[in-house]
Write a protein that binds this ligand. Structure first.
Ligand code: 5AD
Ligand code: SF4
Ligand code: FES
Length: 344
């Protein structure tokens, strides 16, 4: 096992069998996390990039079985920020020193292309990098956002097991999701994707496929998080993913993709009070603190136990900076684009 870890640290390459072996035993976890931490340091350094996250609408036309924002969840009070509110939150995020805004929402069609273009232009005028995370759109729509100035796009594949994907995301097609990722790449976005860990029916082999897929499409960012069962969804009775397995998927991703951006995800911290720091020491180099204000934080209820729902943007900014400095790392002053490096 140690030779597999050493090989990954050196060559950034593993077979599916080797990945499954690593995932299947917990005996060498500390060595795995330490190797991922060294690769992180060597390729992307000690700086941590902060991305200010604006959750601007919890309205979603999709019905993913795992997600609290699904359209059939009638227990959730829905909200949609106004264009002015969104731009105002972005302006405040800039004043806190964030260099990137991530605009995230459910698949809310009321934000049409001209509206999104207007928001994108206003935020780009603040001299910030801009990431969109607003779901599946047509190629023309992606092109229009890009033309307005969007830099990056997040769209998790969730799982590369097509049958599992289509069972958990009724009405959505795996093919279309792949088409979206392909279009985003071709249009010149920095593309972030990722997966959920511990979905019902997901195997270690399937997680190994996910990791190999990230490498195959040369993703610029990978977000990995545990599936956390939401009581207001059809998967309420299922077992969730574990912190440790999610961390392992993340660490192996770092070994295989040394120069990409990897966030310490909010879902990880929701399972372990020190989760993001542990992730930052096991391969991650990005944190996405919430800059949405007020009750909207509670209402963006994808899964239960989400952190920071009663905190303010100012509090999160100083909290996370303190934690990052506390482990001898520093908050980056740059935009945090992926710097492609020669691998190997
Ligand atoms: N637990 C953890 N993450 C979830 N997501 C959706 N539902 C859950 C859940 N129950 C993630 C998906 C999606 C992102 C916005 O939130 O991966 O892409
Ligand atoms: Fe909507 Fe995304 Fe949740 Fe699916 S995962 S219901 S598309 S917000
Ligand atoms: Fe929100 Fe710590 S990051 S309170």
């Amino acid at each position: 096992m140690l030779n597999i870890i050493a090989k990954a640290e050196q060559n950034h390459d593993l077979s599916k069998d080797e990945i499954v072996k690593l995932l299947a035993t917990d005996e060498y976890n500390q060595e795995l996390f330490a190797a991922a931490d060294r690769v992180r340091k060597r390729f992307v350094g000690d700086e941590v990039h902060l991305r200010g996250l604006i959750e601007f609408s919890n309205i979603c036309k999709q019905n993913c079985l795992y997600c609290g924002l699904r359209r059939d969840n009638h227990r959730l009070k829905r909200y949609r920020l106004t264009v002015e509110q969104i731009i105002d939150f972005a302006r405040k995020a800039k004043s806190y020193g964030y260099k990137t805004i991530v605009l995230q929402s459910g698949e809310d069609s009321s934000f049409d292309v001209p509206t999104m273009q207007h928001i994108i232009r206003e935020i780009k005028a603040l001299d910030m990098a801009l990431t969109l995370s607003i779901g599946e759109k047509t190629r023309e729509e992606y092109a229009a956002y890009k033309e307005a100035g969007a830099d990056r796009y997040l769209l998790r594949i969730e799982t590369t097991d097509k049958a599992l994907y289509e069972a958990l995301d009724p009405g959505m097609s795996f093919e279309n999701r792949m088409r979206c990722l392909r279009d985003l790449k071709e249009l010149g976005y920095e593309v972030g994707t990722g997966c959920l860990v511990g979905l019902p029916g997901q195997s270690l082999e399937s997680l190994a496929d996910d990791i190999l897929f990230f490498k195959e499409i040369d993703a610029d960012m990978i977000g990995v998080g545990p599936f956390i069962p939401n009581p207001d969804t059809p998967l309420h009775g299922e077992k969730g993913g574990t912190f440790t397995l999610s961390l392992k998927v993340m660490a192996i991703t770092r070994l295989l993709m040394p120069d990409i951006n990897i966030p310490a995800t909010t879902a990880m911290e929701s399972l372990d009070p020190n989760g993001r720091i542990i992730a930052l020491r096991s391969g991650a180099n990005v944190v996405m603190p919430n800059v949405t204000e007020g009750e909207y934080r509670q209402l963006y209820a994808i899964y239960p136990g989400k952190i920071c729902i009663n905190d303010t943007p100012a509090r999160c900014r100083s909290c996370i900076t303190g934690k990052i400095n506390g482990i001898g790392r520093k908050v980056s002053a740059g935009y945090g684009y992926r710097q492609k490096k020669k691998i190997g």
